[in-house]
Design a protein around this ligand. Sequence first.
Ligand code: SDX
Length: 393
Amino acid sequence: KHGIFTYDPGFLSTASCNSNITFIDGDEGLLYYRGYPIEQLAQHCDFMEVSYLLIHGNLPTLEEKATFTNTITHHTMLHDQLTNIFRGFRRDAHPMAVMVGVIGSMSAFYHDAMDIKDAKNREMSIYRLIAKVPTVAAWSFKYNEGQPFTYPQNRFNYAENFLHMMFSTPCEEYVPNPVIAKALDRILILHADHEQNASTSTVRLAGSSGANPFACIAAGVASLWGPAHGGANEAVLKMLEEIGDASNIDKFIKRAKDKSDTFRLMGFGHRVYKNIDPRATMMRQTCYEVLEELGLGDDPLFKVAMELERIALEDEYFISKRLYPNVDFYSGIVLRAIGIPTNMFTAIFALARTVGWTAQWNEMISDPEAKIGRPRQLYTGAVRRDIVPIEKR
Ligand code: SDX
């Protein structure tokens, strides 16, 4: 119940839990956050409204949105001593490695977060995480670049503030481009939650032991980093760059079908969607809009991506395996178009998913019947045997 994995031997490979937050129908290609279709949320709301919805269960009124946004805005700064944590990393550390470390270390800075049975404390921890993770992500990039940390500015909205922290320097302030800020805001909405995916299940399992929220979200970041999960958008770009030209696509399609080859077509397939990922449809539309508005329609990588999509969607193997482009196939192209460096793609996914992770963590912890998660196994090892002295082995 609520995040505790019930184990039914009839479904040996499945663990499940109850939740009121996100609904997915993989066959129909449906995704609802608290009952609202993702298409409507992406078209008519912004990330702050969707964050409020996921955390509190309903879309906010104007006043509720203003209060929520103001609270988030006024918690975007990090404790000054946290800057020392960044400096413990090598300059070439992947931003996701830095995020795992810094977010986990926040457990040592907010002791009221330890009393997770107090609903107000839980809410404060959730707001701190939603507010501070963009700063941690942007500063992870700044540290990589050898540039000074850029402090958040309260006059910016959520997406603008992140872009400002990423690209402003003491010498020149980044002026957010509304097209780019809007595209980023939509990317955050599309990535905010997705039912019991690997990283969310990691957060729930860690949280079910009573661990503090910062440690649980750090665990979620670590799980998301994998190329089969949140690392896929970065892997898509690397794949497209490796393909380089449409004439090479057939070679990669052949590799993806070859069982002896571990290569998989990055950005295709999904554990749940056996139809088009509704987020991919929205992301594809955003891709066209952004490239058009930024005059990047002739981007060679985008052309390779569109040709790869066309070929894969017509290919018998992919059709038979019900492998469609997923959200990561297009998000990497959009992020690259709006100037985000490839090594920050998954960090942005983590930034968005922090809302879903904290909502799901809170749902589980606030359930009085919640117990520690304890998935079972099907033992396939050696049968009972007695030890033989080493001299006789
Ligand atoms: C995310 O769970 C979530 O909700 C995740 C996520 C979220 O929002 O949290 O949606 C985000 O992780 C999206 C997925 C991003 N990952 C990628 O794009 C990486 C490439 N895709 C794959 O690694 C793969 O598709 C998975 C991991 C996503 C799913 O793998 P499965 O569970 O093996 O998929 P499947 O069972 O439907 O595969 C069916 C068959 C298998 O072959 P057979 O065992 O039947 O012979 O298709 C093959 C797979 O080997 N296959 C692929 C493939 N994906 C699956 N073959 C080539 N290329 C691929 N991309």
